[in-house]
Design a protein around this ligand. Structure first.
Ligand code: SF4
Length: 507
């Protein structure tokens, strides 16, 4: 099972670790390869550095930069951290300048081919030589995969930034390992399939595309029975292949998911609601038990809880049975965080940061988006978390059909009034999901052209279009004296994945 480039190289991929846990528990041999991390180190070791001052300096400091990003006190070295991230990004980015492709630390941009077009995925598979990871695939990855003689090669594609690299790899695998079945799955493939956007014409490379958790399909395709399929969602993830890898973080970060789906499932424009995805939590005692076991085995410096929203019951279970390492994840604004004592218990149980999808500081917008959030509760929650010493990473969404400029200004007022309780901010401009039934009343047009596009542009019912929103963010929101220090605190590129280290340092 291969995790292809390019995504943030800060922690191991959870999806393939989960598959490995299920397969091995059923006696199926497998290997997990983080080609994103390996490929990054390979590229850094084979750089063709430009002759400009920045490139030469960045190359000279390469080892120091890698050390800084992996040092225990990155939060106390904010300037060195920023320089390291900028220099590594520059070296990787400038390496691709000879072609139309740029592959940085966490992004992949191609001036000619788009991961939103089936035609371009096919081109990537036919022309792997054009990919910046081609040399790594050829020299290191393919020989290793060939040695393993796999019956099945599973490729986990979760983000658009992985799609073209994944198909370049698939093209090479098909050339060299003709007999192996190639199966693709992961978050992006699931979104394609659930949205009815199946990549066309890729059958000559890919035998199977898997929607949702892939373990059941993999076991089925290997002739294992239904009894096992019911059980496999409860197996322990297996990080044995990955725990010792040199991720760019100050130690091992353990990603863990205590369930699929979202317990709330009511917010407008959210795929969890649009697709009526079932909420499948692990029993809380099992989730907490697995987490404690994995923590004891892998000794992480941080636990990243991946759930869409940690349910109130799970938060209580975590408070009662601390996992044994600092942890963070998404939670909804509301119960039990509106109780100061509950927040203190969470902090005592190792909670160092919570990500909160506030989206807007205007009650009318929140109600129209059906967020189920009352602003007075949000104020109480932010204050409780600040007093308990838990950092907050607050997500705001601008330009929704429910918003206008006056509402956006009220969001700015809210942030300014509660800035001391907001540790980090994520500012996003709304993209309209084409498949959402909430889009039915809007006039929609192509935004990202391509047969695999998820998002469209729309005529904003209140005239609050993307250009105006962008101007508002750049000229007013981001320049506000209460907002600037919060934005400056955000770790570049790694953002929320590294934010807990910076929160701990500033607290
Ligand atoms: S809480 Fe998050 S994941 Fe759940 S429905 Fe709302 S936006 Fe979607």
């Amino acid at each position: 099972m291969i995790h292809p480039p390019v995504v943030k190289p800060g922690e191991p991929p959870a999806g393939v670790a989960r598959l490995a846990g299920v397969l091995r528990a059923d006696g199926v041999g497998c290997a997990v390869i983080d080609a994103n991390l390996e490929g990054l180190y390979f590229r850094l070791g084979h750089l063709r550095v430009g002759d400009d001052t920045w490139s030469r300096r960045a190359q000279r400091h390469l080892d120091d930069h890698l050390t800084v990003l992996r040092s225990a006190d990155i939060g106390r070295q904010a300037d060195r951290y920023r320089r390291a991230v900028a220099d590594l990004g520059h070296l990787l980015d400038s390496e691709g300048r000879v072609s139309d492709v740029r592959a940085g630390l966490a992004d992949y941009r191609d001036a000619r081919w788009s991961p939103l077009r089936s035609r371009d995925l096919r081109r990537a598979a036919r022309n792997p030589e054009r990919n910046p990871y081609f040399a790594y695939y050829e020299a290191q990855l393919l020989p290793r995969v060939a040695d393993l003689q796999p019956a099945v090669v599973g490729i986990s594609i979760n983000f658009l930034s992985q799609a073209l690299c994944a198909f370049a790899l698939i093209g090479l695998l098909r050339r060299r390992l003709g007999a192996a079945r190639i199966v693709i799955g992961g978050g992006l493939v699931t979104s394609w399939l659930r949205g009815g956007r199946v990549p066309s014409g890729v059958d000559e490379w890919v035998e199977q595309m898997v929607e949702g958790p892939g373990e059941a399909h993999l076991l089925q395709s290997m002739g294992h029975g239904d009894r096992m399929l019911r059980e496999c969602g409860r197996r322990l993830p297996d990080y044995n292949d990955l725990a010792a890898q040199p991720y760019l973080s100050p130690g091992f970060i353990l990603p863990f998911s205590a369930g699929d789906g979202c317990w709330w499932r009511r917010c407008a424009f959210c795929p969890e609601r649009a697709e009526q995805r079932p909420f499948r939590p692990l029993p809380h005692s099992l989730a907490v038990g697995q987490l404690r076991h994995l923590t004891a085995v892998t000794r992480p410096v941080l636990i990243h809880l991946l759930d869409n929203a940690l349910s109130p019951a799970l938060l209580k279970a975590l408070a009662a049975h601390p996992p044994g390492a600092p942890w963070y994840g998404f939670a909804r604004i509301g119960h039990p965080l509106d109780d100061p004592e509950a927040c203190r218990r969470l902090a005592a149980a190792g909670c160092v940061m919570l990500k909160l999808g506030l989206e807007s500081g205007d009650q009318g917008v929140l109600d129209r988006l059906q967020k189920g959030v009352a602003l007075p509760t949000a104020v109480r929650v932010l204050d409780n978390l600040r007093r308990a010493g838990i950092a907050t990473y607050v997500y705001l969404l601008f330009g929704t059909p429910a918003e206008d400029e006056a509402a956006a200004l009220r969001t700015l007022d809210f942030v300014a009034a509660h800035a001391t309780a907001i540790s980090f901010l994520n500012l996003a401009i709304f993209n309209l999901p084409l498949a959402s039934p909430d889009a039915a009343d809007l006039t929609v047009s192509d935004f990202y052209p391509g047969d695999l596009a998820f998002y469209g542009d729309f005529v904003h019912p209140r005239g609050w279009d993307r250009a105006k929103v962008r101007r508002f963010l750049d000229r007013r929101f981001k320049r506000h004296p209460a907002v600037q220090p919060i934005l400056r605190r955000d770790p570049p590129i790694f953002t929320s994945n590294h934010a807990p280290f910076f929160a701990a340092a500033s607290g």
